[in-house]
Design a protein around this ligand. Structure first.
Ligand code: DGJ
Length: 713
């Protein structure tokens, strides 16, 4: 049971989750200070961690950069601040004055703590919020800042939370980097001393890194060891700054925004930071990922219980060459394959024949869809599939009617170039009129055409992020852009409860807990090469569950890499997430359609295990040996294992694969062969995967518990 308790004698608050504890207190200066984050403690034990009063070591040190719940810019502090304010008279230093606390245990399954403060002199109220849940060790934190005065002030940095790790001999950091079409590449490396900055300054979450971090003491493995991890629920620019201090401590602060941008706070106005969630586990990186997956399923996704349908997407099949006849023909083949959701990608509207024109003019192209989208939607529905459509509401091509009518709607500065990327400019979604326009056409489009699914794309980063005509615009827009984006999506969902949305930003440019709380799945990368995808999916799986990971089977040679791998391998890689097909079905041979249909049917049999099960990364894609991932239903009745082997050297060992998470006393039947295996053998000694010879071989294993046969059988 999650709980929050307070010991007035020691002044310690203790937040308890099922397996972890988090403790804090207010020190003599009034600042909220960290005591513990790790294995479970009692309230009395947590009080042992109260440090003795600080002794000035030298006149150069000041307060240690690790150890505060929200280090401010103020006093003798020289680490990365979580909160930096500029008051109306130019004063910057913030001084804490505690104003009380509230513990709320009214919500079933959760407990919340609010610690209230204000500045000792200036009109700023700060509330630190903490929430714990019964069903997860993830702790949620956010901060609320309120201007209680008569004059505006500026938040130069307003992070969600700072997190401190207990002292360890060494530290290591895990995070992902990448770029377009090579997102989510995992790095696990010694934590550098001083400061490490993970950030996006692009106005979107970015392909280049993802707003999460994992830290360990250098000794964690996939299966064991302590891991501390945090993730931000924010879809704009962000930063996480990790500090490794000279006295051997580690802490990090994270929040929305980027260096140089500030947030104006008008009199009476309140800013609620995005949530920064974090989890501690002693079960290694695998357990950390599983904790995140379960948290995303239970507390982030809007419809976690649904099984995602197998979709077809037209992008790699037809590019911009989209018309009613061609899409109807593809839809017929998609139906043969067992596809459940047919998605028409870019190219269906305005003068969109390539990426140079039409973006912003959201009416079906009359030469391609003479009777509008209606006949195609009807046909797709008649074939028994749902209908999905690609949109990119935040963008405009200068060659469009929208831009000709509203050149002032884009982000820009006077006297500055409007830099085009992919021949497009960014609409200023921070403007309420722009957001209202987008909401208006989107809700009509969905209602008028019976659209079941939107793929919401966003194909460039922000630049010249100006808002002429509003003096505070440049500062305000980074936050307001994201809030208005969220608001448009929220309103659309409210209008159309059956509508489902995929988040996409040229692949994985906008995947984070913020956007996932209002979408149903994510497009992790435009790179659909199954071989590359194994590493991308491995990085993605560190935080995000398979239920959110769309994965297409496309044609070979792959459009991006030129690599050819067998259809079966492509399917097996895509079956590790939400299976989809993106190849040109008009060119698939009857044999390929038949093999594809068989694999789609297999996926439908096991997708509840992949999408709702517990994921174990059995062998990571790090060397020549096969890599493998297992999914197990929560009741351990079924397990599904996917194994992929790249191009093995002759003599590459094929180690037995030790499964995990099975019911130890049970036996499991291999659905394909009928063979029955003891769980104790499968987990303790392993099984040699039945991989065909040759390059790019893959296999799957579906195990069902043999309920009526006992342990000793
Ligand atoms: C980028 C997306 O990631 C692709 O899947 C496709 O939708 C294109 N945009 C269309 O322009």
């Amino acid at each position: 049971m999650a709980a929050i308790s307070f010991a007035p004698a020691s002044g310690v608050w203790l937040l308890s989750t099922a397996r972890t504890s988090y403790a804090l207190r207010i020190d003599d200066t009034g600042a909220p200070c960290h005591l513990a984050w790790g294995p479970r403690l009692s309230l009395a034990a947590a009080a042992d961690l109260i440090p003795p009063p600080a002794v000035e070591v030298s006149s150069f040190e000041g307060r240690p950069p690790a150890g505060e719940e929200l280090p401010v810019d103020g006093g003798a502090r020289y680490g990365a601040p979580s909160l930096r304010v500029r008051f109306a008279d130019g004063t910057r230093a913030f001084e804490w004055e505690p104003m009380g606390h509230r513990i709320d245990e009214q919500t079933p399954g959760a407990a919340e703590l609010a610690l209230e403060f204000r500045d000792r002199h200036y009109p700023l109220a700060v509330t630190l919020h903490y929430r714990v849940h019964d069903d997860t060790d993830v702790i949620e934190r956010w901060t609320v800042l309120r201007n209680t005065g008569q004059q505006p002030l500026s938040l130069l940095r307003a992070d969600s939370a700072a997190w401190t790790l207990p002292p360890r001999d060494d530290y290591r950091i895990s995070h992902v980097t990448g770029q377009w079409s090579s997102e989510s590449l995992l790095h696990r490396e010694p934590l550098p001393h001083s400061e490490t900055v993970l950030t996006s300054r692009r106005g979107i979450t970015s392909h280049h890194t993802s707003p999460w971090v994992m830290l360990d003491a250098g000794d964690a493995t996939e299966d064991r060891g302590e891991v501390w991890s945090a993730a931000l629920a924010w879809s704009g620019s962000w930063h996480i700054i990790v500090q490794r201090t000279p006295d051997g401590r580690t802490a990090f602060t994270g929040g929305a925004g980027q260096d140089g941008a500030s947030l104006p706070l008008a009199p009476g106005e309140e800013y609620v930071t995005p949530c920064c969630a974090a989890v501690y586990t002693d079960g290694g990186f695998g357990a950390a990922s599983r904790a995140w997956h379960a948290y995303v399923m239970a507390h982030v996704l809007p419809h976690p219980d649904e099984l995602r349908p197998v979709l077809f997407n037209s992008w790699e099949a037809t590019g911009f060459d989209v018309d009613e006849a061609g899409q109807k023909a593809l839809a017929a083949r998609a139906a043969e394959l067992g596809i459940e959701l047919y998605v028409v990608d870019d190219g269906w509207f305005g003068a969109r024949r390539d990426d140079k024109a039409g973006l912003g003019d959201w009416s079906p192209a009359p030469d391609r869809f003479p009777a509008g989208l209606g006949p195609l939607v009807e046909e797709v529905h008649r074939l028994g599939m749902r209908f999905g459509l690609w949109v990119e509401p935040e963008m405009v091509n200068p060659d469009s009617d929208l831009y000709r009518a509203h050149p002032d709607w884009v982000l820009h500065y006077p006297h500055r170039t409007r830099t085009e990327l992919r021949n497009q400019l960014v609409l200023n979604f921070a403007r309420d009129d722009v957001a209202a326009w987008a909401y208006g056409w989107l809700t009509r489009l969905v209602a008028d055409n019976g659209i079941d699914f939107l793929k919401w794309d966003m194909n460039r980063a922000l630049s010249e992020a100006g808002w002429p005509g509003r003096t505070d615009g440049q500062d305000l827009l980074w936050t307001r852009y994201v809030h208005n984006l969220y608001d448009v999506i929220d309103r659309l969902r409210a209008d159309h409860p059956g509508l489902r949305i995929e988040t996409c930003s040229g692949g994985g440019g906008r995947i984070d807990l913020g956007i996932l709380s209002r979408t149903d799945q994510a497009w992790p990368s435009d790179n659909t090469d199954a071989a590359d995808r194994v590493s991308i999916q491995y990085g993605f799986s560190q935080i995000y569950p398979a239920r959110t990971m769309a994965a297409w089977v496309t044609d070979v040679p792959n459009q991006l890499t030129g690599r050819s791998v067998p259809l079966r391998y492509r399917f097996h890689v895509a079956m590790a997430g939400v299976l989809a097909v993106g190849g040109d079905l008009a060119c698939w041979t009857p044999k390929e359609i038949a093999q594809g249909a068989e694999l789609v049917a297999e996926y439908k049999e096991i997708r509840h295990i992949v999408q709702h099960g517990i994921q174990q990364r059995l062998r990571c894609p790090v060397d020549d040996a096969p890599s493998a991932v297992q999914y197990t239903t929560a009741d351990r009745r079924e397990a599904y294992v996917l194994v992929w082997q790249r191009a093995p050297r002759h003599g590459t060992p094929r180690p037995a694969l030790r499964l995990a998470g099975l019911d130890p006393a049970a036996r499991y039947r291999d659905v394909r062969t009928g063979a029955v295996h003891h769980a104790s053998v499968l987990t303790g000694y392993g099984i040699t995967p039945d991989l065909p010879c040759g390059d790019w071989s893959s296999t799957s294993l579906h195990l069902v518990r043999v309920d009526d046969e006992g342990a000793g059988a």
